[in-house]
Design a protein around this ligand. Structure first.
Ligand code: PLP
Length: 356
C-alpha cells in the first residue's frame, strides 16, 4: 500500500527539554500520526498533523468498553549520529495480534511501518542523544464509533505519539524489590493477557498500589488458576537463572505478553550457547532454589528498562534475596548487549534496527 501520507506542519515549535531534564511520558513532540477507519472505507487518510487533543464523541466505544490496543517501542540516537527504531516490525506485528484479539481491524504492516519511520523522521531533532535516553513511540488504536451497544465498533482511530524519555537508570542499574501477589491475578487462560490492551493496565493498578504502599517497586503475577506459576513482573516478562539454566514462562498459556525484549534476550542467550528453557516455573521451585543456593539471577525484560535486575522477592511473608541483592553477571551482559545494538556501539547482526 503506497498511499501518500499527508503532512500538516505545526505553526509553532515547543521548547525541547534538555536530556538531563527528561523523565518518562510527560513531554510530547510537535506532531502526531493519525489515520481513520470506517467499516465501508477501511483504513483511510493517513496523515501527520500538529500534536493536539482528539475530538471524541462521549458515547464512543473506547470510553465505555475499552476497545483499545497500543504498543511501545523506542527510537535511539546512535553514537554514529544516525536515528534507529528498535524492532518496529515486531512491535507492529504484536499490535496487530492485540488488535485481532480485541476485534479491531488490523493495519497494513507496510503502511504502519511507514507511519513510524516518517513521523520519527520528521521529529528527528526530538530524539535525545545522551546514551540511555531515547524517543518513546506509542502507536495506539481506539474504537471511535458513538454507540452504546456491546459489539465491535465500526469506526476507529489509529494514532502515533512520540515522547522523549530520560535514562531509566540515571544512577546505574539497581536491583528492585518485588512483591509476589497471590490475592489478585493479571490474566487467565483464555483471557486477554497476551494482548497489549488498555483494560489490562486498569486492572493491574490496585495490586501495584498495594505493593507500593508495602514498600515494593512492583508485583510479580502468578497464574490465574493455581496462583502457583510465575507469569510476569509488573509490565515486564520475567527470567531466572537457576542452577546454570535460564528459565522463563512460556507463551503457550496465552497469559503473558509476548515481549520483544524477551525475544531479543532469548535469541542472544541461545546464540551465546546458554541453556534456555521456556517452561512453567512455580514460586515453590524458586523458593526451593533460593534455599538450596541455586537461584543465581532474576530479571525482568521490557522496552522501558530493557533489563531490570530483581534483588528480592517477598512471598507469604518470606524474603527471597537473590545474589545478595546485587546485579548478576548475565543480567549485566544482556543489558550491555541489547543497549549496544540500540546505540550502534555493537553490530546489529540480526537486522533488529531500522534506520530513520
Ligand atoms: C509491554 C509489556 C511487556 C514487555 O514487552 P516489550 O516488547 O519487551 O516491551 C511485558 N509485559 C507486559 C504486561 C507488557 O505490557
Amino acid at each position: 500500500m503506497n498511499e501518500p501520507i499527508r503532512i500538516t506542519r505545526a505553526a509553532t515549535k515547543k521548547r525541547k527539554p534538555k536530556d538531563s531534564e527528561l523523565t518518562f511520558g510527560t513531554v510530547f513532540t510537535d506532531h502526531m500520526f493519525v489515520m481513520d477507519f470506517q467499516e465501508e472505507k477501511g483504513w483511510y487518510d493517513p496523515r501527520i498533523e500538529p500534536y493536539g487533543p482528539l475530538s471524541l464523541d462521549p458515547a464512543c466505544a473506547v470510553l465505555h468498553y475499552a476497545q483499545a490496543v497500543f504498543d511501545g517501542l523506542k527510537a535511539f540516537h546512535g553514537t554514529d549520529g544516525k536515528v534507529r527504531l528498535f524492532r518496529p516490525q515486531q512491535h507492529l506485528a504484536r499490535m496487530n495480534g492485540s488488535a485481532r484479539r480485541m476485534c479491531i481491524p488490523p493495519l497494513d504492516p507496510e503502511l504502519a511501518l511507514r507511519s513510524l519511520v516518517e513521523l520519527v523522521g520528521l521529529e528527528r531533532d526530538w530524539v535525545p542523544s545522551t546514551v540511555g535516553t531515547s524517543l518513546y513511540v506509542r502507536p495506539t488504536i481506539i474504537a471511535s464509533e458513538p454507540f452504546l451497544g456491546v459489539r465491535p465498533a465500526k469506526a476507529y482511530i489509529y494514532y502515533v505519539i512520540l515522547s522523549p524519555v530520560g535514562a531509566y537508570y540515571p544512577e546505574g542499574m539497581n536491583p528492585v524489590k518485588i512483591l509476589v501477589v497471590d490475592k489478585y491475578v493479571r490474566a487467565v487462560e483464555g483471557g486477554v493477557g497476551a494482548a497489549k490492551t488498555a483494560g489490562n493496565y486498569a486492572a493491574s493498578l490496585y495490586a501495584a498500589e498495594e505493593a507500593k504502599h508495602a514498600g515494593f517497586t512492583q508485583v510479580l503475577w502468578l497464574d490465574g488458576r493455581e496462583r502457583k506459576y510465575l507469569d510476569e513482573v509488573g509490565t515486564m516478562n520475567i527470567m531466572l537463572k537457576i542452577a546454570g539454566e535460564i528459565v522463563t514462562p512460556p507463551l503457550t498459556q496465552g497469559t503473558i505478553l509476548p515481549g520483544v525484549t524477551r525475544d531479543s534476550a532469548l535469541t542472544l542467550m541461545r546464540e551465546w550457547g546458554l541453556r534456555v528453557a521456556e517452561r512453567q516455573v512455580s514460586i515453590d521451585e524458586v523458593a526451593a532454589a533460593a534455599h538450596g543456593g541455586t537461584l543465581e539471577e532474576v530479571w525482568g525484560t521490557g522496552t522501558a528498562a530493557v533489563i531490570s535486575p530483581v534483588g528480592e522477592l517477598a512471598y507469604k511473608g518470606e524474603r527471597i534475596v537473590i545474589n545478595d541483592g546485587r546485579i548478576g553477571a548475565l543480567t549485566q551482559r544482556l543489558y550491555d548487549a541489547i543497549v549496544g545494538i540500540q546505540y550502534a556501539t555493537a553490530p546489529d547482526t540480526h537486522g533488529w534496527t531500522v534506520e530513520v
